[in-house]
Ligand binder design. Structure first.
Ligand SMILES: Cc1cc2nc3c(=O)[nH]c(=O)nc-3n(C[C@H](O)[C@H](O)[C@H](O)COP(=O)(O)OP(=O)(O)OC[C@H]3O[C@@H](n4cnc5c(N)ncnc54)[C@H](O)[C@@H]3O)c2cc1C
Length: 595
């Protein structure tokens, strides 16, 4: 796999300078604010040179901050300089690292003059435009893009070029919870779960308020298990235990053994690497437009972050640029659907990787005459962190977690679809709620959960509160204890009476549903956040992009969140990752075969 870098690292590696001469040998430590939590940066000075940086004590995001920290640390050591560019898409982690190293240098005796020298920009930028070609060009190196690239190679494409605007691969898929819905006889039966392709199809249609395209929904629900088996063949290891993502309307969510979305993207990155020069990846490169010849696709024009132009020629292009949930003006403009009463401005955050989820692919596809459908179908998720909207701390995914308002009451069926959950939250005092869990979900505070985080870490960050009893928790949350206890008891009654709906319509149908009786109790405040955009480029079951007349545009394919029609007006939790790999795989096959 050839990574073309913007920055000419080797040229800059020789810029070691004398500013470090004054540094005292030793190991120094600084604590700075990272993306998710405080971060410890440990710097070793040996022989007057910066010889090691240890950032292993961090809670940065898998696949983002955790990719940036070691990569940039290497750069700093090679160059003996902190005058380096942040990694695109991981700016906060990059900045935290540089700040931490600077603080350590100060402790080691660096003077103001020394630090000026340490901060001198050492980046060298390329000067010539890039021209390259491939049988298949993939725009976007996230989940569906990497899936399309790999399946294109496996379907006979000789060379694939991936254009990725961030400094790393993975996109929003990498930070996702990784829930992957599929009807899976083997695992579901072992757990006593009753499911079938028609049940999955019906749940997806119903959950999307019957706005989804039945043909696409059918393809997704009947084929996601084959995509899952393909992932297993490529090296993704799934847990045997099947769960239920928030709003999944069923118990068919699969999770990797490795944490969350990283379970998939790490495997795909290394699989692509194994194809050597047959894959060319241009990171920090933003696709801008398609090259068209006689109504057919002939390539892509892009711009690198050093402003150099990039032209890639080839007969097949897959658009896999993800959604537009982070594009605030655009999401407000098209917000005429289920959330039209709510202003989706900057006060409502997003769970997405900000720079990634801007909707670039929609504009690119429109230039070729693609039909764009369902843009008003925007999904809010109840698991937002107040202030940012990011999905942090304990997750709403799974069972035995209660939604409690500021009066200490339950107010909605916790098993409802995401739009129902979020609409109910907006009606509560302050438009917020506490997610309440107990020992049942976290029997061991030191054991990493599905996101790879321990309860101990979460408690240390302060957003999750812990109490031995419900009385103590009521005091911490400032809610009446009798309300809180009644709310838990009401849920427990429903959990004991499996199959009987409670007053909110909650029915304990999941094999995991059980009464919550024992402390410790854990609670975390949450708000609705923009999560997924269901509308986008219209495709058929071959992932070919269709024009307004419903005819395929020659050479153009799309997959993942950039497409529309699959999820209708509300996406089921766990159906996006299924979509990404089912249609990503199909798009790669179709593009390689030039359908
Ligand atoms: C926090 C979080 C948790 C989630 N959890 C789940 C879950 O558990 N289960 C589930 O089913 N769904 C989940 N989702 C939704 C799901 O992850 C996404 O819908 C899905 O990963 C999108 O995949 P994608 O390949 O379409 O886009 P992405 O993975 O976002 O990839 C798109 C890539 O395209 C790049 N790009 C964009 N524009 C350009 C351009 N012009 N040129 C070049 N590159 C470009 C982006 O930088 C990005 O890397 C979650 C989402 C988030 C944010």
């Amino acid at each position: 796999m050839r990574f073309r870098k913007i920055v000419l690292g080797l040229a800059a590696a020789s810029v070691a300078f004398s500013a470090s001469a004054a540094l005292r040998d030793g190991t120094y430590e600084a604590r700075v604010n990272g993306h998710n939590a405080p971060l410890t940066v440990k710097v070793t000075i040996a022989g007057g040179k910066l010889s090691a940086i240890d950032t292993s004590k961090n809670l940065e995001s898998n696949g983002i901050g955790r990719v940036a920290l070691p990569a940039l640390s290497r750069k700093i050591i090679d160059r003996q300089s902190i005058g380096i560019d942040a990694m695109t898409g991981a700016t906060i982690s990059s900045g935290a690292l540089v700040e931490g190293v600077q603080k350590c240098l100060e402790q080691a005796g660096a003077t103001k003059k020394d630090l000026k020298q340490w901060n001198k920009n050492t980046e060298k930028y390329a000067t010539a435009p890039v021209k390259t070609s491939g049988d298949v060009i993939v725009i976007g190196g996230g989940g569906s893009g990497m899936a399309a690239a790999l399946s294109a190679l496996e379907s006979g494409a000789k060379k694939v070029v991936i254009l990725e605007k961030l400094g790393y691969l993975g996109g929003s898929t990498q930070v996702s919870g990784g829930a992957f819905n599929a009807v899976d006889d083997k695992r579901q039966k072992a757990q006593g779960i009753v499911d079938s392709f028609p049940i999955f199809f019906e749940a997806t249609m119903r959950g999307g308020h019957y706005k989804g395209d039945p043909e696409l929904v059918h393809y997704l629900t009947y084929n996601s298990i084959h995509a899952l088996e393909w992932l297993e063949k490529e090296g993704v290891v799934f847990r045997d235990k099947i769960g239920a993502a928030t709003g999944s309307l069923g118990q068919r969510s699969h999770y990797g053994v490795k944490p969350a979305g990283w379970a998939y993207t790490s495997v795909f990155e290394s699989r692509l690497k194994s194809f050597g020069d047959r894959v060319e990846i241009l990171t920090d490169t933003q696709a801008k437009s398609l090259v068209m010849k006689n109504g057919a696709v002939a390539g892509v024009k892009a711009l690198r972050h050093d402003k150099q132009s990039v032209t890639v020629t080839g007969p097949s292009v897959v658009i896999a640029t993800g959604g537009f949930g982070a594009n605030i003006p655009f999401r407000q403009k098209v917000n005429t659907g289920v959330w039209k009463e709510v202003k989706l401005d900057s006060r409502i955050g997003t769970t997405n990787v900000n720079k990634a989820a801007q909707g670039d692919g929609l504009k690119i596809a429109q230039q070729a005459g693609a039909d764009i459908i369902g843009l008003s179908d925007i999904q809010l998720h109840p698991n937002g962190t107040p202030g940012t909207g990011l999905m942090q701390d304990i997750a709403t995914s799974g069972r035995n977690r209660l939604f409690i308002n500021k009066n200490g009451d339950r107010f909605v069926s916790e098993g409802a679809a995401r739009d129902t959950l979020c609409k109910a939250i907006f009606k509560q005092p302050g438009g917020t709620y506490y997610l309440l869990m107990n020992k049942l979900r976290y029997p061991d505070e030191n054991k990493p959960d599905r996101m790879g985080v321990t309860m101990k870490d979460m408690l240390a960050l302060g957003r999750v509160k812990k109490a031995a009893t419900l009385d103590d928790m009521a005091k911490i949350l400032n809610v009446p204890a009798d309300h809180l206890k009644a709310a838990v008891e009401e849920y427990n009654k429903a959990a004991r009476n499996k199959g009987t709906p409670d007053k909110f319509g909650f029915v304990a149908t999941n094999t995991d549903d059980a009464p919550m009786t024992e402390g410790p109790w854990y609670a975390c405040r949450k708000v609705p956040t923009v999560h997924h955009t269901m509308g986008g480029i219209r495709i058929n079951v071959n992932a070919q992009v269709l024009n307004k007349k419903g005819a395929p545009i020659k050479g153009l394919y799309a997959a993942g969140e950039v497409t529309g029609g699959i999820h209708g007006a509300n996406r089921l939790g766990g159906n996006a990752i299924a979509d990404v790999y089912t249609f990503g795989k199909k798009a790669g096959e179709s593009a390689a075969k030039k359908l």
